[in-house]
Design a protein around this ligand. Structure first.
Ligand SMILES: [Zn+2]
Length: 356
């Protein structure tokens, strides 16, 4: 009950929740209170995150460890059921999951499951130990904290950016290292299929990812040198000076790009989606515009308007010079004649005045 109250507070702040997740450890009793898929009770993460495809077809998504175990056959197999027959590669995933389950601690019948607090030797939660731990681990420069956690992007996206900053994204290379993926499985980047998938590679240095960053940055008319890591990228972004409401949009962009690259990577792996550069850039711009709109309820322009203005290089670079630059910006957007650009000008003038 105490934990429930603590977690209720933590859920409102992704940063705090991460502190709790990193420091709380499930102690297994009879398994009745532990969710088989959603709690982290075996391996380095919950089974839902380690085997997302199997989870998505599971018929037992909310089931407890105790129930799955009690239904298991005498041979020690876990009684797992799925909505449909598994594909060959899913069977392979299942084999890996079963291997992992063999390392799970034994259930202790008659003992209630518990949660212990790893940040204190006693295993008991204290506010002072939580405070000390968060102080010790908060090594992020203030500007990075502001960029990631005071951002109009949704909390799950902020959290993902934080994991990327910490280098804690579960890439194929990482999964191979901890034994979730076998040593001879393909750990190459799904974008280029040439290099091993590490956090920096897939989110930044891969030729495909870099093209995406360059495209998005290019629209802002900002010149930069490619940072060598996600940490360098976020630091550079956090230090860039930008004023007023444009700053809100500027801060959303890196989170939208990181999130969208990772989502596409997962779509390719789990849904066999195709790599489409133009579609991804378009989706990123839409996400930026949508999140900004959700953040500013008084904002009366459409997502399309915002997409245009946010990524219209001439307008943003010269955002204080409302006038001819907007016409140039309109033309840069691909509008073929001056009258079309004039329409853009009229539409954007109010929007621009709102933003600056
Ligand atoms: Zn690559």
């Amino acid at each position: 009950m105490v934990w429930r109250d603590i977690l209720k507070v933590a859920f409102k702040c992704p940063q705090l929740l991460e502190v709790f997740k990193a420091n709380s450890k499930i102690t297994i009793g009879d398994g009745r209170l532990i969710s088989f898929w959603l709690d982290q009770w075996v391996g380095g993460d919950c089974l839902k995150n380690l085997f997302p495809r199997l989870y998505s077809v599971s018929m037992q998504q909310g089931i407890s460890v105790a129930v799955i175990k009690s239904r298991s056959t005498g041979s020690g197999e876990w009684d797992l059921s799925f909505r449909r027959a598994l594909f060959q590669w899913e069977v392979e995933e299942l084999r890996k999951m079963k291997e992992l389950l063999q390392t799970a601690p034994e259930l202790r019948y008659g003992v209630v499951d518990g949660l212990s607090w790893a940040a204190d030797r006693s295993g008991i939660f204290t506010v002072s130990s939580a405070y000390k731990w968060s102080e010790l681990t908060s090594t992020m420069p203030a500007k990075v904290v502001e960029l990631i956690w005071k951002n109009a992007a949704p909390p799950k996206v902020q959290f993902f950016a934080w994991l990327a900053w910490k280098g804690r994204i579960k890439t194929s290379t990482y999964l191979q290292r901890i034994g979730i993926l076998s040593a001879n499985s393909d750990a190459n980047c799904v974008f280029c299929r040439k290099e091993r998938e590490t956090v920096s590679h897939v989110l930044l240095c891969c030729s495909f990812s870099w093209r995406v960053w360059s495209n998005i940055i290019g629209w802002w008319g900002v010149s930069w040198v490619q940072p060598g890591s996600v940490v360098g990228l976020i630091q550079w972004w956090a230090g860039f000076r930008c004023k007023n409401r444009l700053k809100v949009i500027w801060k959303i962009i890196p989170l939208a790009v990181l999130w969208s690259l990772w989502k596409l990577r997962n779509e390719i792996i789990f849904n066999e989606s195709q790599l489409d550069f133009g579609k991804l850039c378009d989706l990123i711009k839409t996400r930026v515009a949508m999140w900004f709109r959700a953040f500013s309820p008084s904002f009366c322009y459409s997502v399309d308007d915002l997409r245009m203005i946010c990524f219209c290089r001439a307008v943003v670079v010269n955002c204080r010079c409302v006038g001819i630059t907007i016409l140039v910006g309109g033309l840069a957007e691909g509008l073929s004649d001056l009258s079309a650009a004039a329409v853009v000008f009229n539409q954007f003038e109010g929007l621009l005045l709102y933003l600056i």
